[in-house]
Design a protein around this ligand. Sequence first.
Ligand code: BDR
Ligand code: CA
Length: 309
Amino acid sequence: KIPVIIDCDTGTDDAWAIVLANSSDKLDIRALTAVNGNVELKHTGPNNLNLREYLNIDCRVALGADRPVIGGVNPIPDVHGENGLGGVELPKAKRDFDEKYAWDVIAEEAERAAGELVILAVGPLTNIAITFLKHPEAKKNIKRIVMMGGAFGTGNTNPYAEFNIWIDPHACDIVFKSGVPITMVGLDATRMTTLTGQEQEALLTQPTKIDLLLRGMRKYFIESHKAMGRPDAVTLHDALAVAAVIDPTVLHTEKYYVVCETKSSQSVGQTVVDFKGHLHREPNVDVAMSADKEKFVQMLRDCIACYAQ
Ligand code: BDR
Ligand code: CA
C-alpha cells in the first residue's frame, strides 16, 4: 500500500477525496491534516476529526495553519456552506486531535515511511510550506506531492488563479521550489471531470453506509446551485487528485517548469507553466494536461460500492 497524508481544507470535494482514498486498497492513510481554506480551521479541523470516526479510518488527525504564511485570512465566497460540508452534521468525534501540529506530523510520518510517503495536498499549501521551512530534511523523505491546485488556463478566483493557490501563493512558491517531485492536478484537468446532476444521481442510486454524508452534500449542491440560478453540475476537484494516486493513468501529465506568481496585482496565485522553455529552467512539475472522465467515474462507482449497505 502507498502511505499517504491527506492535507486538506475540508470542504465538500475534500470530503469526497477522503471517502475515495479510504475505499481504496492501494492507499494507507497515515494522517489527515487540516488547513485554512474553503472555511476556517475551526471548521476544517473538526470536519477531519469527525470524518475519521464516521469513515472508520485508522490515522492521525492534526491541526495545521489557520492563515496563509504571509497575510491574514481572506474573505472566502461561500461555496461549501458555513461548516464546509454543506451543512451536513456528522456525529461528533470522541477522539481528539493529535497533540502535534500538521507540519510535525508530516515530517514524522515522512521519516517513518522512509521515502515512500505521498502527500495529497488538496487545500492551500500552507502546511506543506511550513513543513519544509521547519523540517527541511523532510523533503528527502517525501516521494511525491500530488496537489489539487493551479491552472495553466483560466482560473476560478481571479482571471488566472485557482482558489487553493490564490489563498496562499507564497506557500505554493516554497513548494514549487522545494525540489520534491510534484504532480499538479489543476483546473484544466479537473474541469474535464465535471459531473452533471444526472451523473451525480446515477452514482447515488444504491443505499450506502455513508448516505448522511453523500446524500447530504448532494442536497446542498442542488439547493445552493438553485439559489445561484445555475445547473447543479459539480466538479470533485480534490477527488481527482486522489484518483491519480490510486491509478495515475486517470491523468495525462507532461513535465514543465512551473512558477507561482506571488506579486501581480491582477493574477496573483497564477501557476505559470513555461511550455516553451522561455525561462530556461529545469522542469519541476508534472502538469495534468487532461483527465479521463470515464475512468474517474468508474473509480467513483467502485468507491461507492465499497460503502454499500
Ligand atoms: C479547490 O478549491 C476548493 O474549493 C476545493 O476544495 C478544491 O480544493 C478548487 O479550486
Ligand atoms: Ca480543497
